[in-house]
Design a protein around this ligand. Structure first.
Ligand code: NAD
Length: 457
């Protein structure tokens, strides 16, 4: 359905939410299950849309649709598990209980690099919780939004308006943030975007769920299995052409294994197949845009007069000349350079030696972002330290796995400038509901809490 303006669209979404919340949660889950089946049928076709718009290689694009399917399965089960706790009441003949109710319309602003999965994280949870969604996709991926909306419409029956797509740029996103009919804004994208939008939502005391930029690091210790490590590091640093929020951007390597690690890393990088993302043999496609390429080059140029060794980073002539293919860069640094403190959304991996693990952990944590982190070690004291309160300060901490490629079962998100939001698995669904604390008196007296007396004496 076409809407004439923002207000009409929001009104339709509100109506859809009102109707939908009356459907029992397990029946909502059943519709989401059918949506998942529709995605299964369309998996290859949907992946092609991702490859065309986001320039992801075939296996990653198919993996992204699979992630949306997995979310449907997860949410279907969840629809029978939206549990509230029952707490012992301090008063006789009373029950103290938590109830979880839908919050209404969820505004969902998404980035170009996960044009279907992030919508699925949000929609699958929001919908089984009884809410509708207005989706403002990245201007790079409107076709992905159309494709998922069509898939939803096929299974939705009278609930088509549960998913409404609002195409546009910053202005449309800001309008969603300002609208007090929308109690929750879930926004995925750069930290800059989060810093601009969050104050707009909080000015009306709305809720935000922020999934923002990362600056992820791996620590590579002397006992690490170097072949496994090099694979994990390369996939995390180069996969999706360095354009994942969880992309590995910094590696701290123990001095005892530095030379061997670097030699193996260069050898592995030399085997990378960079080219047309729709060719199944390609491991890396092009960057999303000319401006991404220019941002990457600007950073590499600014490193030119510093005490660093830059390998790679140049533009490659391996496909459509309109596209920006690059050789992923490895930058060996002697000291922490300013460039390492920011997220450049391109494949640049900074590598630095370390001597003491505590110092490596400190360098890892010493950035504004707090999304994903890894340690490669076979020493359990090192991995346990890394996972302890004195270790990684990120929302994601991995052992012997790179920083990217999370499963849907865990809650996804990060701290500090990453925004603090959690989506996908575990109890992330609670963000999409309002919590009601209900106290029920089934007795004949009216005792007050904390022993307060109010009777006439
Ligand atoms: P982006 O910030 O340019 O855009 C993201 C979305 O926000 C788009 O829909 C865009 O239209 C909107 N937007 C951007 N700036 C805005 C503004 N000033 N006002 C209103 N709306 C605005 O991000 P991108 O280039 O599409 O994606 C890359 C960024 O997203 C990276 O920083 C990456 O780390 C981050 N990201 C984070 C996660 C996560 O889960 N933490 C996931 C994917 C991407």
């Amino acid at each position: 359905m076409e809407f004439n303006n923002h207000d009409e669209l929001v009104a339709a979404s509100k109506n859809a939410a009102k109707k939908w919340r009356l459907v029992p949660a397990p029946q909502r889950g059943e519709v989401v299950r059918q949506f998942g089946n529709e995605l299964r049928i369309q998996k290859a076709a949907l992946a092609k849309v991702i490859t065309a718009e986001s320039k992801k290689i075939v296996t990653e694009a198919e993996g992204e649709v699979q992630e949306a399917i997995d979310m449907c399965d997860f949410a279907t089960g969840l629809s029978r598990q939206l549990y509230g706790l029952t707490m012992p009441s301090e008063r006789p003949d009373h029950r103290l209980q938590e109830l979880w109710q839908p919050i209404g319309v969820v505004g969902c602003i998404t980035a170009f690099n996960f044009p279907m999965a992030v919508f699925a994280w949000n929609f699958c949870l929001a919908s089984v919780c009884g809410n509708s969604i207005i989706w403002k996709p990245s201007p790079h991926s409107n076709g992905c939004a159309d494709a998922l909306k069509n898939a939803w419409d096929k299974v939705a029956g009278e609930h088509k308006d549960l998913v409404l797509v609002l195409k546009g740029g910053n202005e449309e996103a800001v309008a969603l943030c300002k609208d007090s009919n929308i109690p929750l804004i879930s926004a995925t994208g750069s930290t800059q975007m989060g810093k601009e939008l969050a104050p707009i939502v909080s000015a009306r005391l709305g809720r935000t769920l922020l999934e923002l930029g990362g600056n992820n690091a791996a620590i590579i210790c002397p006992t690490a299995d170097l072949d496994l490590t090099v694979k994990g590091v390369t996939f995390s640093a180069c996969g999706t052409t360095g354009q994942r929020c969880t992309t590995l951007r910094r590696a701290f390597v123990h001095e005892d294994i530095y030379e061997e690690f670097m030699q193996k890393l260069h050898a592995y990088y030399a085997t990378l197949k960079i080219g047309d993302p729709s060719d199944k043999s390609s491991q890396l496609g092009p960057l999303i845009s000319k401006s991404s390429y220019e941002d990457m080059q600007k950073v590499l140029e600014s490193l030119g007069d510093k005490d660093v060794k830059v390998h790679g980073g140049q533009r490659l002539d391996v496909g459509d000349p309109q596209e920006f293919y690059v050789m992923p860069a490895i930058v060996e640094v002697l000291k922490v350079e300013d460039e390492m403190l920011n997220e450049t959304f391109a494949p640049i991996l900074y590598v630095k030696k370390f001597t003491e693990l505590n110092n490596a952990i400190q360098m890892q944590n010493n950035v504004k972002q707090g999304l994903s982190s890894s340690i490669f070690t076979n020493d359990m004291r090192e991995s346990e330290l890394f996972l302890s309160s004195e270790g990684s300060d990120c929302g994601i901490a991995n052992v012997n796995i790179g920083t990217s490629g999370a499963e849907i079962g865990g809650a996804f998100g990060g701290e500090k400038d990453t925004g603090g939001g959690r989506e996908s698995g575990s109890d992330a669904w609670k963000t999409y509901m309002r919590r009601v604390t209900a106290t029920v008196n089934y007795g004949k007296e009216l005792p007050l809490a904390q022993g307060v007396e109010f009777d006439e004496s």
